[in-house]
Design a protein around this ligand. Structure first.
Ligand code: ADP
Ligand code: ZN
Length: 446
């Protein structure tokens, strides 16, 4: 396979690691087919569960003749990884495994993903291509405030940053006071963390009297690992003057760096030369054409430690059909607004936390901190939203607060069509998170 040409001349601002991003589509499809055929054969020979499921369906690796034939293959799910815990889906021999990552899961056993050195390099390549796309270069100082450890956030951005030649500051999560101090003292230009943790850093900076524009060199925020809205992005950029980039990934498929947004900020390019995406109807499991919303499914086509075949992410999105004006040929998915298991059914209506977030962020006097609390009375669901009032808007003027409450309610109601009870709370009173935040407390009887 010849290496694709850079789209611009040698003086191009495009970083060499980005060359693959612009690969001609035909060449890309040929590479994907080649890798899919290889992965199918590899997983069939090495992963008993995959072989058993293929045999049950009467599918053999040689039946994969085109990319569309992927639909012949069986799906995999998080429960498979749990049932086969700890290492039932491992493809490579133990002497090739160099690192494990586990994802928390919210209940029960975690899932465990063994990685080979090549897998780590594929992942690092994805993270580097995201950073390069954001405009991050060797001269940048990158503070990695994602948790280090079993969670993929910390090490994923760490390797990506080092690969780009950045000066990496591995603060991990926590000790927010020190995070702000180091950011200022070391001239940090880019920070990577969950969007909810960045809100906490903003709070702490305010407390210390640190103004991002005046007192820091911060230019880039690399946010992911949890759903966040465009409205949240705008609020963060307005408040701090940085550019907020979106990074997507999951432990099962690699970690952060599976996809990221380009300067268009209109969806995330998927590095589909390694992570082959499909969108399916979550009910019928039929593949949907590009452009339709459904569940995102990934097949890893160049990983050996744990080859994931048609893995159902439960994330909801659609793949854009339009070419991206930035010139990259890798397909773009819309930002993940929700996980299918985040959907709440309240009074019979489907509600996603992101819709509530989008409504709240229309009201400048409320901070982007909120929590949805559901409980049940004898007959009905009780639906409350606790919303923090910003420091500037906080007062003990009852009429003022009542008016604010009414506007918050109207903003939420206009989006979800339901009338929750709005509870305004004082600045800094809702729980903060160093990792992924829990936006919903559902105490309803199941
Ligand atoms: P867990 O399932 O335990 O949360 P991970 O830490 O691997 O496991 O998280 C992966 C999930 O995080 C994704 O499937 C997705 O739901 C969410 N996620 C990651 N990045 C983003 C992002 N940029 N936008 C929205 N959701 C994201
Ligand atoms: Zn683009």
């Amino acid at each position: 396979m010849s290496y694709p040409k850079l789209p611009h001349d040698v003086n191009s601002p495009v970083h060499p690691v980005s060359a693959m991003d612009y690969m001609p589509v035909e060449q890309l499809r040929a590479l994907q087919l080649h890798r899919l055929q290889w992965t199918t054969k590899y997983a069939y020979e090495r992963v008993p569960l995959f072989r058993k499921r293929c045999d049950e369906k009467g599918v053999r690796p040689e039946h994969i003749k085109t990319l569309a034939d992927i639909k012949l293959l069986p799906f995999s799910k998080k429960t498979d990884l749990r049932d086969e815990y700890p290492m039932g889906l491992r493809g490579a021999d133990m002497d090739e495994i160099v690192r494990f990552h586990c994802s928390s899961g919210t209940t029960g056993k975690p899932i465990c993903i063994p990685n080979t050195l090549d897998d780590i390099h594929v992942w690092q390549n994805g993270a580097m291509r995201c950073l390069a796309m954001y405009g991050i270069r060797a001269s940048d100082v990158l503070q990695v405030s994602y948790g280090y450890g079993l969670f993929t956030g910390g090490l994923g951005l760490h390797y990506g940053g080092e690969g780009m030649g950045c000066a990496v500051l591995p603060t991990s999560g926590g000790n927010t006071e020190r995070q702000v101090m180091l950011m200022r003292d070391l001239g940090v230009t880019a920070i990577a963390c969950t969007p909810s943790y960045f809100l906490r850093i903003i709070d702490e900076a305010k407390r210390q009297g640190v103004d991002f524009r005046r007192d820091t060199k911060l230019k880039h925020g690399i946010f992911g690992a949890e759903p966040w809205t465009k409205e949240m992005r705008d609020a963060i950029e307005r408040e701090t003057g940085i550019i907020a980039h979106d990074i997507y990934g999951l432990t099962e498929i690699a970690g952060p760096g599976v996809a990221g947004d380009c300067d268009e900020h209109n969806g995330l390019h998927i590095w589909e030369d390694h992570f082959y995406p499909e969108i399916i109807d979550p009910d019928t499991l039929e593949p949907l054409p590009d452009g339709e919303v459904g569940e995102l499914v990934f097949t890893t086509i160049s990983r050996c430690g744990t080859p994931m075949m048609r893995y159902r992410t439960r994330d909801l999105t659609r793949l854009r059909t339009e070419k991206c004006p930035c010139g990259r040929t890798m397909r773009v998915m819309e930002r993940i607004s929700a996980r299918s298991d985040d959907m709440l059914i309240i009074h019979g209506v489907n509600v996603f936390p992101g819709q509530i977030e989008a409504g709240l962020l229309r009201i400048p006097e409320v901070a982007p901190h909120y929590q949805i609390v559901l409980s049940s009375s004898d007959t009905l669901d009780i639906f409350e939203i606790k919303v923090e009032v910003s420091q500037e808007a906080f007062s003990d003027n009852i009429a003022h607060l009542e008016n604010l409450k009414r506007r918050v309610l109207e903003a939420v109601k206009s989006i979800i069509g339901l009338t929750p009870k709005i509870i305004l709370v004082g600045p800094g009173t809702l729980p903060r998170s160093e990792g992924k935040i829990r936006r919903v407390i559902d105490n309803r009887r199941k």
